[in-house]
Design a protein around this ligand. Sequence first.
Ligand SMILES: [Zn+2]
Length: 324
Amino acid sequence: MNTREMFAKAIKGGYAIPAFNFNNMEQLQAIIKAAAETKSPVILQVSKGARNYANQTLLRYMAQGAVEYAKELGWEKPQIVLHLDHGDSFELCKSCVDFGFSSVMIDASSLPYEENIALTKKVVEYAHKYDVTVEAELGVLAGVEDEVSSAVSHYTKPEEVVDFATRTGCDSLAISIGTSHGAYKFTPEQCTRDPKTGKLVPPPLAFDVLDAVMEQLPGFPIVLHGSSSVPQEYVDMINSLGGKLPDAIGIPEEQLRQAAKSAVCKINIDSDSRLAFTAAVRKVLTEKPGEFDPRKYCGVARDFMEELYKHKIIDVLGSDGKAE
Ligand SMILES: [Zn+2]
């Protein structure tokens, strides 16, 4: 399904839909199990990097298989979207629409304003012919995610959003309010440090910008990218087992919970599952150095990710039980 009805319900209901990226089978299994068991609508996201890593044909049929798997798990009417994350050209978005995706993102946020509008509009016109919904972006997020990277963030300008949404016809809008891609969302200079734990405390999200956007576009679906929380239990586990992730830091979950209650109806989480996967693999291989069956460590990684996804759905996004 596309995102239209899903988002309308989420805004009314004061929750957000999880958008989880997937690159491999274990990740997809964990996402579907978590969504099926909690009866949460879910958006499966494929980035350009994932298409390059796993092959676009495989990913597309994996997603189709996931719908059948969800039914096997007892979820009679699964609500699953297959979405392109950070499409950077008309050709890529068109290829995903032609390939059966139900939703695409065109991210032209690094282009000048008028060029962002022109490219987004072109994608919208094509996608809507096939009832595929389109997410666009205004403002620039800092951080690194696959091919998307920027050193600094520029908050979305609330005075631009009505003009942008009207002229492009986009279905949802990703905005920049201080979230950031990757596991190093903030430099130590941007943070304060907790004197007790020595851990970094990130600057708060710009809820004033979000409020101003919502005032301009009442009821319009808003999307937050770069919204991993970088759970310190995984970071500590990785670091204590030979890893090196100094000062990895994310967005506090209370702030995401607060955002989910507003017009923010899609929250993107990718890095957290990468951390869960890596922590699990390091744990198994450290505890059992003789292990060489990938199912033994990828299986534990899958359990870690499933637990993480359920926690996000129930405790952060509030989307459990919304797709009965
Ligand atoms: Zn993103």
